[in-house]
Design a protein around this ligand. Structure first.
Ligand SMILES: Nc1ncnc2c1ncn2[C@@H]1O[C@H](COP(=O)(O)OP(=O)(O)O)[C@@H](O)[C@H]1O
Ligand SMILES: [Mg+2]
Length: 236
């Protein structure tokens, strides 16, 4: 089933084309990496999927419906985003998990939270802790859990391990893979780390200057001959 379809989309900011005439389809259940140099438009592209950014031209369809005609609140319930830098609100960590549910009048399932906390290597008492006392790694894991509270159909992950140490990175990566295997979720993961891409999605899109240079199986980046810019990025 086709989940997203982007047709000849462009994003123009201050007269500069950040995304240039890009076309892309994502099927339900895919786990896709988006890689590319800093400033290539990865975050801009990712933000389009749940309308955190908007296109200047072209068309985007979500489940066959024009994305512009979707309600952003219901869209973001289904298509969740985790930002590069962890951002928590309120005083205690648990407020972050309660808030998304309260917007949608959804009952809090304690077992679901406890199961997720365990998988994220977090103790239950973290819920009562002040956000400002949490480490960066803990904050990012709570952000991830906050997005998962609404059991999204699509997870958009924007360099979510870039401020984490190797131990936390491993915990988060394994957690994401578990979520993918356990739930019926589609994942689009932005990373500038090619080794991470190898460990995560099966398909990898290489973005440069707002254009797709390559869209192929992740393994093929490590074995096949690719364009010069990609090989340079991969240090081959
Ligand atoms: N709101 C904005 N205003 C001006 N320039 C922006 C804005 N958002 C992104 N850009 C520019 O667009 C380019 C792509 O940015 P971004 O999508 O963040 O790239 P990436 O995530 O690959 O590092 C960069 O040159 C960035 O400076
Ligand atoms: Mg970015």
């Amino acid at each position: 089933m086709l989940l997203f379809e982007m047709r000849n989309i462009s994003v123009k900011i201050n007269n500069t084309n950040i995304i240039k005439n890009l076309s892309l389809t994502i099927r339900k259940g895919e786990f896709i990496n988006i890689i590319g140099p800093s400033g290539s438009g990865k975050s801009t592209l990712l933000r389009l999927f749940n309308r955190l950014s908007s296109i200047s031209s072209g068309e985007i369809y979500y489940c066959g419906k024009n994305l512009n005609e979707t309600n952003p609140i219901s869209l973001r319930k289904e298509v969740g985003y985790v930002f590069q830098k962890p951002y928590l609100f309120g005083e205690k960590a648990k407020e972050n998990l309660e808030y998304p549910l309260s917007i949608h009048n959804i009952y809090l399932e304690k077992d679901y939270i406890f199961n997720m906390l365990r998988q994220l290597n977090l103790e239950q008492d973290i819920l009562e802790k002040d956000c400002e006392n949490l480490s960066g790694g803990e904050q990012q894991r709570i952000c991830l859990l906050r997005t998962l509270m609404l059991k999204p159909k699509v997870l958009l992950l924007d360099e979510i391990t870039s401020s984490l140490d190797p131990v936390n990175t491993k915990i988060v990566e394994e957690f994401i893979v578990n979520i993918y295997n356990e739930f019926d979720v589609t994942i689009v993961l932005v990373t500038h780390n090619i080794q991470q891409a190898k460990r995560m999605g099966k398909r990898t899109i290489f973005l440069e200057k707002g254009e797709i240079l390559e869209d192929a199986e992740t393994n093929s980046y490590f074995t096949g001959n690719k364009k010069e810019q990609i090989n340079r990025f991969f240090d081959k």
